[in-house]
Design a protein around this ligand. Structure first.
Ligand SMILES: [Zn+2]
Ligand SMILES: [Zn+2]
Length: 341
């Protein structure tokens, strides 16, 4: 089978690899759609993310869906012919985190396209059947693949306790900011403010139902938030940009007693915050890392038409054009590129 392999930064090439065999409890999936994620692009450009370094050739891609073509021993609930979304992080299932249900915090998780584990820019993937979620007819393979970034949005909203009637500020409207917006509206948020510095992304957010968009390169976020909330501040801020200035503005925009969720990966690990304000305003501050127990919810929301993710895609290319696709994905105006196989 063909797989797109990253051998060193900037070098992504198709290679012939052995088609995997599904082991016990696994299904073999003919991959149909894979999203290009910011983390894939980061590995492509730099060959590492923090402590995760590409030392051996790596197959990128962790936002995938396809059709089951074979099942190993002891598989139930999924069968050949099923279309499935693949949840890319498989935990050990035995540690204290796994037992608590917070399996995304498992220290022994196998995560697609995170060194040394290969991802899904390949014709076939063998994957644990219970991390393959059957898609109803109403949900396309593309939407199935995009259950991954949607899961990040659902989890961030859960961390923030976003609920009915909430005013929510989302800083950063790349794919994560946009999926946070989808999840927030599905959870009942009624006033959704979105900020960014790229006008085309804000236009997309506005088209997709943001109640207010703010280009922070040109206008005051504080004024916009005050305008929308009558001066009170928003109930929840989800910081999805990783920009240090946006982290600061999150604490200015949240109401007293409100919640700040940090999900955007910052380039700098240390960003000053006003801890006296956190205490005095009794703010809840939460990190949000990947997701757990979200795929069923993502599939249900898509099937019910309560969220839209296919509309964030701005281009698609075949597996043979993967290198071109990555270069296009590096453009700051690109939101989401897809590889179709
Ligand atoms: Zn991703
Ligand atoms: Zn575990």
């Amino acid at each position: 089978m063909q797989a797109a392999v990253l051998s060193e930064p900037g070098k992504l090439k198709l290679e012939e690899r052995a088609r995997p065999e599904p082991g016990p409890g696994e299904v073999l999936v003919a991959v149909g759609e894979v999203g290009i994620c910011g983390s894939d692009v980061h590995y492509y450009e730099h060959g590492r993310i923090g402590d995760y370094v590409v030392e051996e050739p790596l197959v990128l891609g962790h936002e995938s869906a396809g059709e089951v073509v074979a099942a190993g021993a002891d598989v139930s609930g999924v069968e050949p012919g099923d279309r499935v979304a693949l949840e890319p992080g498989v935990p050990c299932r035995r540690c204290a985190h796994c037992k608590r249900g917070e399996y995304h915090l498992c220290p022994d998780v196998t995560f697609m396209a995170t060194p040394p584990d290969d991802g899904a820019f390949a014709e076939y993937v063998a994957w644990p059947a219970d991390f393959a979620y059957p898609l109803p007819d109403a949900v396309s393979l593309r939407e199935g693949a995009l259950c991954e970034p949607l899961s990040v949005g659902i989890h961030a909203c859960r961390r923030g306790g976003v609920g009915s009637g909430d005013a929510v500020l989302i800083t950063g409207c790349g794919p994560i900011g946009l999926t946070v917006m989808e999840a927030a509206r599905a959870a009942g948020a009624t006033d959704v403010v979105v900020s960014d510095v790229v006008g085309s992304k804000l236009d997309l957010a506005a088209d997709r139902g943001a109640d207010r968009t703010v280009n922070v390169a040109e206008e005051s976020l504080d004024d916009a938030v005050a305008d929308v909330t009558g001066g009170a501040g928003v109930d929840v801020v989800v910081e999805a940009s990783g920009a240090p200035a946006a982290v600061g503005s999150a604490f200015d925009a949240v109401r007293r007693g409100g919640t700040v969720v940090l999900v955007g990966l910052a380039d700098e690990a240390e960003i000053p915050i006003d801890v006296l304000d956190v205490i005095d305003s009794e703010l809840d501050v939460h990190g949000s890392f990947r997701y757990a127990n979200t795929y069923d919810v993502a599939v249900d929301l898509l099937a019910a038409g309560r969220v839209d993710v296919a509309g964030i895609v701005d281009f698609e290319m075949g597996l043979a054009a993967v290198d071109d696709a990555f270069r296009r994905a590096m453009d700051p105006e690109t939101v989401k590129g897809m590889i179709t196989i």
